[in-house]
Design a protein around this ligand. Structure first.
Ligand code: ATP
Length: 318
């Protein structure tokens, strides 16, 4: 049996759709071969309609593939869906899995019974989740009365109660305010660190990818167009980092090394913005060159804007 948490080979799903009088075949997922190791955190990203939800549904056993192979936690998702349910936790940002009229605490009790957790194990895990997701103040409130941020935290706790090895999150931070997003991300980082949980998430929020994922799979029209780090994705479109330096005295011109572009200066040379290609020159080398001709008081470095990177990848393929 495979040691991969997710393993697909040539996974494909098509749909027949009606267009006026005609019928047409839409290829939602096209020949996807993906391997995810235990403990990885993978951001599965792409434009609307790229095929992300269809992939997730096949991984969870909700949808039957048209062609290809898929194993999730070593299991055949459709044929072994009940066994798989013990291994994975699924969070859909736009659909609730909680019992709407019940207090959150009772939803947890029901889920503990469904997963056949021992009372001590269930209590310990619930306590851990209540503390880490700060659920204490609304455990007795019916789910329907929770704010979106509270409900999402409860959803995540519900999906993770049985300590799944794989957590699949479909748009987990959609509609959340900045603070709620931050809390949820911090929780997922901790959960992964402490329990070795594998994360697969789809998102349109690049902050999720930056904070949570060490690997990014970018899909376009059902096909994988990038599989690697976020930094490597930025490099594919030649995205640059930008250094801003504040100097002690006005210095109109700076000698800069190869691989840099001087973007401009302000205050008669008190502040300079310098773009550099991280593949060709390090931030330290740029700083050393600036320091050779001026005293540097402060500096900041901007990473490439991920949304811009994704837009550029898409544009280059059209
Ligand atoms: N049940 C269905 N019947 C017909 N076409 C479908 C069905 N489900 C998905 N599709 C089509 O398959 C393609 C991929 O859809 P999918 O929902 O997987 O994309 P997505 O990447 O999850 O998009 P989004 O970011 O909008 O959620 C789209 O063209 C969509 O219209």
């Amino acid at each position: 049996m495979t040691s991969h948490i997710i393993e697909t080979d040539g996974l494909t799903r098509t749909f027949r759709v009606r267009e006026g009088m005609k019928r047409r075949t839409v290829v939602a997922v096209d020949d996807l071969s993906l391997r995810v190791e235990p403990g990885e955190a993978v951001g599965y990203i792409g434009a609307n309609g790229a095929g992300k939800s269809t992939t997730i549904k096949m991984l969870c056993g909700i949808l039957v593939p048209t062609a290809g192979e898929v194993r999730t936690c070593g299991l055949r998702p459709v044929a072994e869906r009940r066994r798989l349910a013990r291994e994975i936790g699924v969070v859909f940002g736009q659909r609730s899995q909680l019992w709407w009229d019940l207090p959150t605490r009772e939803s947890f009790s029901l889920l503990a019974a469904i997963h056949r957790l021992s009372p001590t194990d269930a209590a310990a895990r619930r306590e851990e989740l209540v503390e880490r997701l700060e659920l204490g103040e609304f455990l007795t409130t019916p789910v329907r009365q929770l704010s979106l941020g509270q409900r999402m935290r409860a959803e995540v706790a519900a999906a993770l109660l049985h300590r799944p090895r794989l957590v699949v999150l479909d748009e987990p931070t959609i509609g959340l305010d900045v603070l709620s997003k931050q809390r949820l991300r911090e929780f997922l980082v901790t959960e992964r660190r402490d329990h070795g949980t594998t994360l697969l998430l789809t998102t349109h929020d690049m902050g999720d990818v930056e904070r949570l994922c060490d690997r990014v799979v970018l899909v376009d029209r059902g096909r994988t167009v990038h599989d690697g780090s976020l930094a490597a994705l930025s490099r594919t479109v030649g995205a640059q980092r930008v250094m801003t330096v504040d100097l002690a005295s006005p210095t109109p011109t700076l000698p800069l090394p190869d691989g840099t572009t001087h973007l401009g200066e302000e205050g008669h040379g008190l502040r300079h913005r310098i773009a550099f290609d991280p593949d060709r020159v390090t931030a330290a080398a740029v700083l050393a060159a600036v320091s050779a001709s001026a005293e540097v008081l402060d500096l900041s470095i901007e990473e490439p804007d991920v949304e811009d990177v994704v837009r550029r990848v898409y544009r280059s393929r059209r």
